[in-house]
Design a protein around this ligand. Structure first.
Ligand code: ZN
Length: 259
């Protein structure tokens, strides 16, 4: 049972109890429904905004195996300018990561996705449009986006991915249904780098402070600052005894469908 289903059942049961008690004790008791519904609505909003909360569906977000290990993931590419720079840094440290690609960008730069795959990184699905209103779409449209991107990836690298990362990490019951229907595995993260809108110094020191064994770290391979952040953060990880392992190894999942 998901936290969402549990919340719905709890709301119905609590409402019935309050209404029943209200009949026996006094009508003022009905006022308790106001904080109850307010709490329920805030749960729905929080559950939608944070994939880490695992509210509507279960998303993988931490290591499935023990050890002082972490995995790196890069969203929103492929990007002609930034992705190659990141690949170069990862090559230097002999690190394999996960790249969650946007379907429309794969159409523009399939060669980069081929390179990512040929270097041994995991290629995953990050929707076709990465629209800001992706989570407002119907289940049918979400399914179309997931399948279209999976087909594009298969056409490009010859493998169909199993991992899907929801755009912006936003989830809801419609997406939960789309994920179930398509059979993809939802992937979240445990540590967000904030490479999207932070100053490099601040981002790097925050990453150093927050990183823990088992983390899946979220970066973006279409952001100007990300290569430098990575160049400064990776030596810290290595000096402090962290092993940066391939995403599929850390999750103990197969990154592609078996043929
Ligand atoms: Zn994204």
């Amino acid at each position: 049972m998901t936290k969402y289903q549990f919340s719905n059942i709890s709301l119905v049961v609590s409402t019935i109890i309050i209404v029943a008690l209200d009949y026996f004790i006094g009508y003022w008791l009905i006022l308790l429904l106001i904080p109850l519904f307010a709490f329920y609505i805030s749960l729905l909003v929080m559950g939608s905004a944070s994939i880490r909360f695992n509210f509507y569906l279960k998303s993988l977000k931490r290591a499935a195996i023990p050890g002082k290990i972490v995995a790196l993931t890069f969203d929103d590419g492929p990007d002609e300018k930034i992705t190659p720079k990141i690949l170069e840094i990862l090559d230097f440290y002999n690190i394999k990561a996960g790249f969650f690609c946007v379907g429309s960008k794969i159409e523009e730069s399939p060669k980069i996705v081929k390179t990512v795959f040929s270097k041994g990184h995991v290629v995953g699905n990050h929707s076709y449009s990465h629209s800001k209103i992706f989570d407002l779409r119907s289940t049918k449209n979400m399914i179309i986006e997931i399948e279209k991107t999976n087909d594009l990836i298969e056409k490009t690298i010859g493998k169909k991915p199993t991992l899907f990362r929801p755009p912006f990490g936003v989830t809801n019951p419609l997406l939960a249904k789309a994920i179930k229907t398509t059979g993809v595995i939802s992937l979240g993260w445990s540590l967000r780098s904030w490479d999207t809108n932070g100053k490099i110094d601040k981002v790097v020191s925050r990453l150093k402070r927050k990183v823990h064994a088992g983390d899946i770290i979220l970066f973006h391979d279409n952001r100007e600052n990300t290569p430098e952040i990575l160049s400064r953060f990776l030596p810290y990880l290595i000096d402090n005894g962290y092993q940066v392992v391939p995403l599929d190894k850390l999750l103990k999942v197969k990154a592609y469908e078996e043929n």
